[in-house]
Design a protein around this ligand. Structure first.
Ligand code: SF4
Length: 157
C-alpha cells in the first residue's frame, strides 16, 4: 500500500481510532496503536522523522525506499494536545473547545441578541478560557462507554 501510494505521488496518513460516539462494537477490537504499526514498518522500511507540517496533528516521516511521506496521527499513544489551538463551530452555532470533551458554548444566542460583536466576542473569550488541556480518551476492556458520546461527524474532523 505504501509503495503504491508513494508511487502515485500520494502522502499517506493513518490515524488511531478514538473513543467518540456510541457504537455497538467493542473498541478494543478496533484499536491498533500506531506505535506498533510504526515498529512493524521500521523492520521493512527506513523511516526518518521530518519536521514537515500541514497544520493538522500528523507527525511525518519519510520512507527512504519510496521517497514519500507517511503521517501518523496518534491521539492515544502520543497525544498532541499540548500544541492544540483548535476549536470547532458547528453550523448551529455551538462552539466546541475540544474534540475530546463535551463542554461547549452557544454562540447563536449572543449573535442574535445584538447588532454589534461585543456579546459574541465576550462569549468566545469566555469559552476559550475553558479550553481544556487535553482529552480524556481511554480505550480498554474495563471502560466500555465512549469517552465522548458525541460522534465525530457532529463537529467534523
Ligand atoms: S483532543 Fe482536544 S485538546 Fe487534544 S488535540 Fe483534539 S481538540 Fe485539541
Amino acid at each position: 500500500m505504501i509503495r503504491w501510494a508513494h508511487g502515485e505521488g500520494l502522502d499517506m496518513t493513518l490515524i488511531e481510532t478514538m473513543p467518540m460516539g456510541e457504537i455497538d462494537e467493542d473498541r478494543t477490537d478496533q484499536y491498533l496503536p500506531l506505535s506498533m504499526v510504526r515498529a512493524d514498518l521500521a523492520e521493512r522500511f527506513t523511516l526518518e522523522d521530518i519536521p514537515y507540517k500541514t497544520g493538522g496533528p500528523a507527525r511525518y516521516v519519510t520512507i527512504g525506499e519510496t521517497g514519500g511521506r507517511l503521517g501518523f496521527i496518534t491521539p492515544m499513544t502520543h497525544n498532541f494536545c499540548e500544541s492544540c489551538n483548535r476549536v470547532r463551530v458547528t453550523c448551529t452555532g455551538t462552539l466546541y473547545m475540544c474534540l475530546g470533551q463535551d463542554d461547549a458554548a452557544d454562540l447563536r444566542e449572543p449573535l442574535r441578541a445584538s447588532e454589534g460583536n461585543e456579546l459574541l466576542n465576550a462569549a468566545i473569550d469566555e469559552a476559550i478560557s475553558r479550553k481544556p488541556k487535553g482529552h480524556d480518551f481511554i480505550i480498554d476492556r474495563r471502560s466500555k462507554r465512549p469517552s465522548v458520546s458525541r460522534h465525530m461527524s457532529v463537529t467534523g474532523g
